[in-house]
Design a protein around this ligand. Structure first.
Ligand code: KIV
Length: 275
């Protein structure tokens, strides 16, 4: 017997079917409350390992653990009802072997209830992606700039800005496609290359610093809200929450120091008889 739920989410096959269709809207979220807001407008929500840098102030995503991803994945599942929730596999949880990848992905899916996982890497991860997909794990690929490789690539710099460097990135896109990924994130690659890959592969491409021609776009929520102190060139700021939050915190501090908060409307009076 199953318990029916009124939650009807988009699935990985729904997103896969959007190739060449209406643009796919994706944002990251790590919290229940921001997930509830994103859920109204997004087709998918990524619980990105960028949470290490954005929430925890780490220098890179490398230190992020599977437990951190599961905790925030659960929060996002609680906050959302409609979007496909994709949880990032953190560095060290999937690269050693395809079996390690399956065990980690199974934990993420069982413990969060998410609908898909994402992992970084093209050709080098193709065998792992195929192994996961054959065993019931929908995989979103991630090629171009792969931030978990920061210690081997040296900097978060855009990829494929010389045409001579395109072939390996195109091969990565083909490899994740043939391995069975339902979509692929293309991060920080030259615009004409992102456009060309989008035309070449039959799965949706989700651009971040890619091209408007990609089948969808993703941004890190805090970056587009103006909460991150430094953002890459590809981020468009849709809000300036940093200054608003600072103004609110400053006003609160002033009120507390002046004993202007709490006011009469914020305190509990004694009960009056008969009420
Ligand atoms: O971790 C993340 O937020 C990501 C996106 C930038 C695609 O991988």
């Amino acid at each position: 017997m199953s318990v029916q739920s009124d939650i009807k989410r988009l699935t990985a096959p729904d997103i896969r079917a959007r190739k060449n269709g209406d643009p796919i809207v994706v944002l990251t979220s790590y919290h229940a409350h921001t997930a509830a807001l994103a859920d109204k407008y997004c087709d998918a929500i990524l619980v990105g390992d960028s949470l290490g840098m954005v929430m925890h102030g780490m220098e890179s995503t490398v230190p992020v653990t599977l437990d951190m991803m599961i905790l925030q994945g659960l929060a996002v599942m609680r906050g959302s009802r409609r979007a496909l929730v994709v949880v990032d596999m953190p560095f060290g949880s999937y690269e050693a072997s395809k079996e390690q990848a399956f065990l980690s992905a199974a934990r993420v899916m069982k413990e969060t209830g998410c609908g898909a996982i994402k992992l970084e890497g093209g050709r080098r991860m193709a065998e792992t992606i195929a192994f996961l997909v054959e065993r019931g794990v929908p995989v979103m690929g991630h090629i171009g700039l792969t931030p978990q490789s920061i210690n081997t690539i040296g900097s978060f710099r855009a990829q494929g800005r010389d045409e001579a460097d395109w072939a390996p990135i195109e091969d990565d896109a083909q490899a994740v496609t043939q391995a069975g990924a339902f979509s692929v994130v293309i991060e920080a690659v030259a615009e004409p290359l992102a456009r060309r890959i989008t035309a070449a592969v039959p799965i949706p491409t989700i651009g971040i610093g890619g091209s408007a021609a990609c089948d969808g776009q993703i941004l890190v929520l805090e970056d587009m809200l103006g909460l991150s102190p430094r953002v890459p060139k590809f981020v468009k700021r849709y809000g300036e929450l940093g200054p608003s939050i600072e103004a609110a915190v400053a006003a609160y501090a002033t009120d507390v120091r002046a004993r202007a908060f709490p006011g009469p409307e914020h305190v509990y009076r004694l009960r009056t008889k008969g009420k």
